[in-house]
Design a protein around this ligand. Structure first.
Ligand SMILES: [Zn+2]
Length: 473
């Protein structure tokens, strides 16, 4: 394969077509169904599908025999299914998603979730990096191979529209499409993170996630707080007490042993190595206020905390009025949304049931306590890397980034990887992405680092070509 030609081809395609497509994609507020219950009526999801479908269809003529179908199962979010014929009997699955996180507050002046802004190497706006670029990057890789006649296995591109809601529609599509998908020996996923923009980062594990809505109700209606305080226990205080069953409020450590898993020795070694490469950037990448410190100074512990340990985030609240309309009222109830990341090898569904029991049992003062489980995704721990993939990744990183590849677990979750890992235990995984320092997917000021998007596309081309060379022997 001519590396200079791949580099030029993919870079030009990004500049001429992919970046302009992503600019239009960012304008569409196609929030994941959990954040837009009326997504079907609003039509934004269809608009995003249409944009990607139109571009991809325009490219199919360059990939002889390739087909595209927007698959729509009744009552579910759509899925873009692309098949590109190849040689041999093997299959490569390339995965991405097109639904987005909600707006979030705190965007800087001039930026906004649905306002694409190009600044230097960065394209700002919601969903460009997470994960709109995946379909473009995957197709760019296959087009680059085709352009110079490099052989590859049959490739299936799956772009779902439910990832940010926990991929609850995806298992139905995987079942529905199973005979067409086949049995992949390589899975490529471009929805993950990178420790920096200087080298290729391979994701070795993903955390699972559980969570839902915790509600504490103490009264039928709000009453004068001067009258009731000291008599009626506050729903906020009870909620605080319940949360302390789960999390140590002083250290953030999750208390129950049931929510931990053993960390494999190799992963501890890799965490130490990643901490060595990244140094203080592990925490300095976050926009701390002045004087603020991370949970601990121990860098390896920070890596392990965010990749292999359970951790809680409270992501929303209800039952509390905004500050400017808060009267002296003892409120009837308080609700919070809990997002609990769990270790890669823990059963997400079991963890969710455990948390539900923990929070609901023995309610203080007989308060009405309910925990509505919403998410129960298991995590994923990579199978041992095949020598061919390890070598391909090492060389691809050198060729296109000019630096060695690095390995690290990710703190986030991609439910599909857990599903695929369980379904295809023989498959190898190339999980990587552009979510590096400050790219801030899910938060304000999300950006796509364009040079990294290009390089990741080139790496995919290289690895898909190597996959064929290895499997055709
Ligand atoms: Zn994503």
């Amino acid at each position: 394969m001519d590396i200079a030609r791949v580099t030029r081809y993919i870079s030009d395609l990004w500049d001429a077509e992919i970046v302009p497509q992503l600019v239009e994609y960012i304008r569409i507020p196609n929030k994941s169904p959990m954040f837009d219950r009326d997504w079907a009526a609003h039509g934004y999801m269809d608009a995003a599908v249409k944009l990607m479908e139109t571009w991809a269809r325009g490219k199919l003529s360059q990939l002889p025999g390739a087909t595209l179908e927007v698959v729509r199962l009744e009552g579910r979010t759509p899925l873009i299914y692309i098949e590109v014929p190849g040689q041999g009997d093997d299959t490569v699955v390339l995965y991405g998603h097109l639904d987005k996180q909600p707006e979030m507050t705190g965007w800087s002046e001039g930026l906004g979730p649905w306002t694409p802004v190009l600044k230097g190497d960065k394209l700002y706006g919601r969903g460009g990096a997470d994960d709109g670029y995946a379909i473009f990057g995957s197709l760019a890789a296959l087009l680059a191979l085709r352009e110079q006649g490099v052989a590859h296995a049959r490739c299936v591109i799956l772009i779902e529209a439910c990832e940010e809601s926990g991929s609850y529609d995806l298992p139905h599509y995987v079942d529905h499409l199973a005979p067409r998908i086949g049995n992949p020996s390589l899975v490529v996923c471009l929805d993950s993170g990178c420790g920096n923009y200087d080298q290729l980062w391979l994701t070795t594990s993903l955390r699972g996630m559980t969570g839902g809505e915790l509600t504490v109700q103490v009264l039928e209606e709000g009453v004068h707080s001067g009258d009731a305080s000291g008599v009626v226990p506050s729903s906020f205080r009870i909620l605080r007490e319940l949360l302390s069953r789960l999390e140590d409020p002083e250290t953030g450590r999750i208390k129950p042993d049931e929510l931990y898993a053993d960390i494999p020795a190799q992963r501890i070694e890799q965490a130490r190595a990643a901490a060595g490469v990244l140094g203080n950037a592990i925490y300095q990448k976050f926009p701390f206020v002045e004087g603020m410190q991370p949970v601990t100074e121990d860098l390896t512990e920070l890596v392990l905390n965010r990749t292999w340990r359970p951790q809680l985030a409270v992501t929303g609240v209800d039952g509390l009025p905004p500050l400017d309309s808060a009267g002296n009222v003892l409120r009837p109830k308080t609700s919070v949304k809990l997002s609990l990341r769990v270790p890669p090898t823990l059963d997400g569904a079991k963890a969710g049931e455990f948390v539900k029991q923990l929070l609901e049992k023995d309610p203080p003062y007989g308060a009405k306590v309910s925990f509505k489980l919403e998410k129960d995704g298991s995590g994923w721990n990579a199978p041992p890397l095949s020598p061919w993939l390890e070598q391909a990744v090492a060389e691809a990183s050198q060729q296109y980034f000019g630096a060695p590849a690095a390995y690290m677990g990710e703190g986030g979750s991609i439910p599909f990887m857990g599903m695929l890992g369980a379904k295809f235990p023989q498959a190898q995984f190339l999980i990587t992405g552009v979510l590096g320092p400050h790219s801030n997917a899910h938060g304000p000021n999300e950006f796509l680092h364009i040079p990294t998007g290009k390089k990741v596309s080139m790496v995919v081309a290289e690895v898909v070509a190597r996959h064929f060379q290895n499997h055709s022997r």
